[in-house]
Write a protein that binds this ligand. Structure first.
Ligand code: NCD
Length: 442
């Protein structure tokens, strides 16, 4: 296995240091990193990576990725989506269950898990559907998925809300048996029938049917109470309103076992973008107001919101290149997530890089019960690592990304930061900002 010497990397909160990566782990740090070999420059390592000025993070973990395979390989495959993930600095992603067929049996989750393992870009943890076919009626085979080779721990009907309170209660009760978590897409369906964007001043102006904040908040409030009642773990996906932040803050203060996620796009973008009717800005939950953006930033900064999840939702051109009303909901995000977090939270002084490690690696790994990821950057730990150049800037060009779809809301924007290298158990998946095919020695 190729060995790497990272020179002068900045670990979180520490002084620049050297690091030797060998046999899948962080083998040595500091002066010890060069002691292994006679050559003082390389310390005996096969490849030297000049990491001066770069920030060294634990490999990023995404709890919310749509990989679209099986069923919509025209929009994304496990291979293209996980290559995009590696380029975005991720070493593990959770693949959402709204595939065709649905990831609601042990067979389908094992298929996705195997595709991920064979692609080799990052670890793929399939999310199991809560209900059969995401129909919200009958619980899926949660236990069979948990016991399968894919060892599912996160269950979600994402894209659809588990709206029946009895079904939600049973799911919360059921997952306790294998330390699972129900990740809810909080959207009261009756309050959002025909909804096209956030309900507010701009939806009134444009004459588009609105998606009111209360449709999210009513489900978040109900679910934290259900989680408390049955003593189970709840994760709120893509939380987007100031009211949802308040409810989660209240629930945590009360000791309820709830965690919450915000997406990069809800940290940066607002509903006034809909004025141009460009379907790249059509997403579920919808882009909200500037006051909501401020509230989710504050919630992420004060720990009310635990994680940033990409909700990477690639769509084929024909599903997005059409009029607003007919376009699919969703945005790509794996290759821009870290840059958006840097722009909105780090460069504004609201999070340190150590906080970024917490919200994009440690916390999602803990919530998803992912072993070997989200660990401290220390000798003996699995070398799941991301090297970031915070001084770089780049303009987002979706056609140049690894994802098979081009529906990025950040197209044409200049964003800070660049993932220079990603290591998965000591193997470089990205070097010099470019993907490294498996087995190719550089
Ligand atoms: N976020 C979206 O707008 N779309 C997601 C589903 C979802 O997370 O709601 C998708 O699968 O396309």
């Amino acid at each position: 296995m190729t060995t790497y010497l990272l020179t002068g990397a900045r670990p979180l909160g520490g002084d620049p240091t050297d690091m030797l990566i060998a046999d899948g782990v962080v083998a040595a740090m500091g002066a010890d990193a060069r002691r292994g070999g006679a050559d003082a420059r390389t310390g005996g390592a096969d490849v030297v990576v000049d990491a001066a000025g770069l920030v060294l993070l634990p490999g990023l973990v995404d709890l919310h990725t749509h990989l679209r395979e099986p069923g919509r390989e025209d929009a994304e495959t496990v291979e293209s989506g996980t290559r995009a993930a590696a380029l975005g600095g991720f070493t593990a992603v959770h693949a959402m269950a709204n595939t065709t067929p649905t990831q609601d049996t042990a067979g389908v989750v094992e298929q996705v898990w195997r595709l991920g393992r064979d692609a080799g870009w990052c670890d793929v943890h399939p999310v199991g559907a809560v209900t059969v076919g995401l129909a919200g009626e009958r619980l899926a085979e949660l236990s069979a998925m948990a016991r399968s080779a894919a060892a599912v721990r996160v269950f979600s009907d994402d894209g659809k809300c588990v709206h029946d309170p009895v079904v939600m209660r049973r799911a919360l009760e059921y997952v306790k048996a294998f330390d699972g978590v129900v990740a809810q897409h909080a959207q009261e369906p009756r309050l959002t029938e025909g909804a096209q964007m956030h309900e507010g001043v701009i939806s009134a102006e444009l004459g588009l049917t609105g998606w009111p904040a209360v449709a999210e908040e009513a489900i978040v409030a109900r679910d934290v109470l259900l989680a408390e009642h049955v003593g189970s773990r709840l994760h709120v996906l893509h939380l987007s309103t100031a009211g949802s932040v308040e409810i989660v803050r209240w629930a945590k203060a009360r000791g309820i076992d709830v965690t919450a996620e915000v997406t990069p796009h809800h940290l940066m973008l607002t509903d006034d973008l809909v004025r141009g009717y460009d379907p790249r800005f059509k997403v579920n939950p919808p882009l909200r107001t500037a006051a909501d953006v401020e509230a989710v930033r504050e919630g992420l900064a004060d720990g009310t919101i635990d994680t940033v999840g990409t909700d990477h939702a690639p769509h084929a051109r024909e599903d997005k290149d059409c009029e607003w009303g007919a376009a699919a909901f969703g945005m790509t995000g794996l290759e821009t997530a870290l840059s958006v977090v840097q722009a909105t939270m780090v460069d504004t002084g609201r999070l340190t890089w150590a906080d970024v490690a917490r919200v994009m690696s440690t916390a999602p790994a803990r919530i998803g019960r992912v072993a070997g990821h989200g660990r401290p950057v220390a000798v003996g730990e699995p070398a799941n690592l991301t090297l970031v150049d915070p001084a770089a800037r780049r303009v987002v060009v979706p056609e140049e990304q690894a994802t098979a779809s081009v529906n990025s809301p950040f197209a044409g924007r200049e964003l800070p930061g660049r993932v220079v290298a990603t290591f998965l158990r000591g193997r470089a998946t990205v070097l010099d900002g470019a993907p490294v095919e498996r087995g190719v020695h550089v």
